[in-house]
Ligand binder design. Structure first.
Ligand code: G3I
Ligand code: 9MR
Length: 578
C-alpha cells in the first residue's frame, strides 16, 4: 500500500510532468555487472514478498520482505531489496503477487561503458571555436561559435572603463576551450576541477582509458582520446595567463546570451580580472598535466610546468587578490563569498611538489593543514588529499598519513550513510545544493579512493550506490544522464540543445539535479513555477530548460560522473587503479 498523501501524489503528477508517478522499483537503469552490489528501492511498505524471474519466466530468487525506513530527503517510506546474489548475465524482472513490477533489470559485463564514453564525448560537443561535423557530432552537428581570437582585456576599453585612455583596447587571443555549461562562457575555476578530474581518471586507469574511443576528430598526434580532448581546454587555459603570471578569471560576454546557437552569439568577449584563486587553480592543474603529458609531449609538459610555477609565484605575491564580480559583468562568478584561498594554495602546492619536488612547495603544504571540505569548484582541498594520501613515497609517511586519515574518515562517514539511508545513497544533507548530482558523483570518487587504499569492497559498493542514484535509483525514477536509461532529461538548460532543431538533447550530459535553492523561479521564469511547491530536496527538480538551478549541465558535473562510471566499469572488468 503506498503511504502517500493525495497532495504528494498530486505533486508528483505536476512536477514529474513528463513521467507518471507510481511505486515502481527504482534501480540503476543501465543495470549492473555480475559482481556489482545490486540494490532496488521500492517506495511504500508492502508486506508481500517479491519474486525475481529471468526474462524467460524462470524464478531465480525469492526476496524476503525487508524492513521499512523513511528518507527525509524525499519524505518517503521505502523498502530496499538486495539482488546481489544474482551473478549471471541476463535480463531479470520483479513480480509481486504475480504482477510484473517496473522495467527489466540488466546484468551484463559492461553496462556503463557506453554512458562513460558518451559523458567523455560530451566535452567535444562543448568545444568553442570549431564546427562540429556530422560524421562525429551526428544530428547535433553545428557551426563554429566564439573564435575568441580577439578578446578584449576587461577594463581596457571604453565600454568597461569609462575613463580608459584613448589608446586602443588591449586585445588577446584566447581561443579553444570548452563552454562551461548551458552557457557559452569559459571559466578557469570550473575548468580546473574539471580537468583535474579527467586527468585523474587517466592517471588511475590509463590502460582502460586507452581502450575508450568515441569517434571525434583527432587534434593532436599520438595522444589517447581522453588526453587529446583535455588538451583542447589546457591550451585555452594557457592563453588566460598574463605576462606577469597572473591568470584571468574567465572569458565571457558581459551578460549571458539568449537561447541561441553558438554562431549567433557575437557579442564582445572579455578576459576578465586576474585573481589569486584562478591563478592557483591554474597552477595546480597545469602542474598535474605536466606530469601526465610528459611521456607524450615533453615540450608541452615543460611549457605547462613553467606556467604553473609562474602562476603560483603571482599568487604568492598577491594572496588577497580575490575575484570580485564588477557591476557590469553578469555571467557566472565562481567566487564563493568567504574565499580564503587556503584550499587552492593547498591544491597548487601539492601538485607542484609532485611535479618538481622543490622544497618551497612542500614547506607551503606542510604549513597549510588539510581540511575535510569539498571537493567542489569552491573548495579543492580533497584534490590535495587525494594526491598526498596516494603518494607516501613522494610526500613522506607523516603527511601522507594525515591526508589518508581525512580521506578515510570521510569515506567511512559516506559509507555509513549509504549503507543505512532509505535510498542507500552516500550523500550528506549539506550536499543538496545547486549541482547536487555532482556532489553524489564526487562522493562516489571519495569512496573509490578509499577502495584503492584498502581494497575493502564495501567502499566500492558505496561508489556503486552513488552511480545507481544518478542512473535511476531516485524518487523521480529518472536517469539524470541525457540519452541513457529508460527515462532521462529531455529539456536541459543547454543553449546548443535549446537552439537546435533536434528533439533529443545532446547525449551524455549529467543535469545538475534536485535541491531546494530554486534560484531560477522568478517573474521571468514563470515556467519554473511548476516545481515551486517541492518541499523536499530530492524532489525539487524539473525537466524544463527554464531550470538552470536543477536542469543545467556543466563540465564540472560531467567530469566526476565520467570518472565514476569509467572507474567502476574498469574495476569490474579487472583493471586496477594505477
Ligand atoms: O556553499 C553554500 C552553502 O554553505 C549553503 O548552505 C548553501 C545554501 O545557501 O549555498 C551554498 O552555496 C551555493 C553554491 O552554489 C555552492 O553550492 C549557492 O547557494 C549557489 O547559488 C551556488 O550556485 C552556483 C551557481 O553557478 C550560481 O552562482 C553553482 O554552484 C555553480 O555550479 C553555477 O555555475 C554556473 C556558472 O556560474 C555559469 N555557467 C553555468 C554554471 C552551472 O549552472
Ligand atoms: O543560462 C545561465 C546559466 O548558465 C547560469 O547558470 C544561470 C545562473 O547564473 O543564469 C542563466 O542565465 C539566465 C540569467 O541568469 C537570467 N535570465 C535568464 C538567463 C537564461 O536562463
Amino acid at each position: 500500500m503506498i503511504q502517500k498523501t493525495l497532495s504528494s501524489a498530486l505533486f508528483f503528477s505536476l512536477v514529474a510532468s513528463s513521467f507518471s508517478f507510481s511505486a515502481m522499483p527504482l534501480f540503476n537503469q543501465l543495470g549492473f555487472t555480475p559482481e556489482s552490489e545490486k540494490q532496488v528501492v521500492i517506495p511504500g511498505n508492502d508486506a508481500n514478498p517479491i519474486e525475481v524471474r529471468d526474462v524467460f519466466g524462470k524464478k531465480v530468487l525469492d526476496l524476503k520482505v525487508p524492513y521499512v525506513s523513511e528518507w527525509p530527503a524525499s519524505g518517503e517510506e521505502t523498502q530496499v531489496f538486495d539482488l546481489s546474489s544474482i551473478k549471471k548475465e541476463g535480463t531479470y524482472r520483479l513480480f509481486r503477487n504475480g504482477e510484473y513490477l517496473g522495467n527489466p533489470i540488466i546484468v551484463s559485463k559492461i553496462p556503463y561503458e557506453e554512458a562513460a564514453k558518451a559523458s567523455l564525448k560530451w566535452f567535444y560537443y562543448q568545444r568553442a571555436g570549431v564546427a562540429l561535423e556530422y560524421p562525429y557530432a551526428g544530428k547535433w552537428a553545428r557551426a563554429a561559435g566564439h573564435p575568441d581570437d580577439k578578446v578584449i582585456v576587461y577594463g581596457t576599453d571604453k565600454v568597461t572603463n569609462k575613463k580608459a585612455p584613448n589608446t586602443k583596447p588591449r586585445i588577446i587571443s584566447s581561443a579553444k576551450g570548452w563552454y562551461d555549461a548551458g552557457d557559452y562562457g569559459k571559466y578557469i575555476v570550473n575548468s580546473a576541477i574539471t580537468v583535474y578530474t579527467l586527468l585523474a581518471l587517466y592517471e588511475h586507469f590509463p590502460a582502460y582509458a586507452d581502450t575508450l574511443h568515441w569517434n571525434i576528430p583527432v587534434i593532436y598526434k599520438n595522444l589517447p582520446p581522453l588526453l587529446d580532448e583535455v588538451r583542447w581546454n589546457l591550451e585555452w587555459m594557457l592563453s588566460t595567463q598574463d605576462k606577469d603570471g597572473g591568470v584571468f578569471h574567465k572569458v565571457t560576454t558581459l551578460k549571458f546570451s539568449g537561447s541561441i546557437a553558438p554562431e549567433k552569439d557575437t557579442d564582445t568577449r572579455y578576459a576578465i580580472i586576474k585573481n589569486v584563486v584562478a591563478s592557483l587553480d591554474f597552477a595546480g592543474v597545469m602542474a598535474q598535466a605536466s606530469v601526465v603529458y610528459k611521456k607524450f609531449d615533453p615540450a608541452f609538459s615543460e611549457k605547462m610546468l613553467k606556467a604553473a610555477e609562474k602562476a603560483y609565484a603571482w599568487a604568492k605575491a598577491n594572496p588577497k587578490a580575490f575575484y570580485k564580480q564588477p557591476e557590469d559583468v553578469q555571467t557566472g562568478s565562481y567566487a564563493p563569498g568567504n574565499e580564503d584561498g587556503k584550499d587552492e594554495f593547498r591544491f597548487a602546492a601539492s601538485e607542484l611538489y609532485n611535479a618538481t619536488k622543490k622544497d618551497l612547495y612542500l614547506k607551503d603544504l606542510k604549513n597549510n593543514p588539510f581540511t575535510a571540505n569539498g571537493p567542489w569548484w569552491g573548495d579543492l582541498n580533497f584534490l590535495a588529499v587525494y594526491r598526498v594520501a596516494l603518494s607516501p613515497a613522494v610526500f613522506g609517511d607523516s603527511l601522507s598519513q594525515a591526508a589518508k586519515k581525512i580521506l578515510m574518515d570521510e569515506a567511512n562517514s559516506l559509507r555509513a550513510e549509504g549503507d543505512s539511508s532509505a535510498y542507500r545513497l552516500p550523500m550528506h544533507t549539506w550536499n543538496w545544493n545547486w549541482g547536487s548530482n555532482s556532489a553524489v558523483a564526487n562522493n562516489g570518487i571519495i569512496l573509490l579512493h578509499a577502495y584503492y587504499l584498502t581494497k575493502d569492497k564495501s567502499y566500492l559498493d558505496g561508489a556503486q550506490q552513488a552511480l545507481d542514484y544518478l542512473l535511476g535509483k531516485n524518487p523521480l525514477e529518472i536517469s539524470y544522464l541525457t540519452g541513457f536509461g529508460y527515462r532521462s532529461p529531455k529539456n536541459p538548460h543547454h543553449r546548443p540543445s535549446e537552439s537546435d532543431f533536434v528533439d533529443e538533447p545532446v547525449p551524455g550530459m549529467l543535469v545538475g539535479g534536485p535541491h531546494l535553492g530554486k534560484q531560477d523561479i522568478g517573474e521571468e521564469n514563470w515556467k519554473c513555477k511548476d516545481y515551486a511547491s517541492a518541499n523536499k530536496p530530492a524532489l525539487a527538480y524539473i525537466d524544463h530548460q527554464c531550470s538552470y538551478a536543477t536542469n543545467e549541465v556543466a563540465i564540472n558535473w560531467n567530469a566526476p560522473f565520467a570518472y565514476l562510471a569509467s572507474a567502476l566499469q574498469a574495476i569490474y572488468i579487472g583493471y586496477n587503479a594505477f
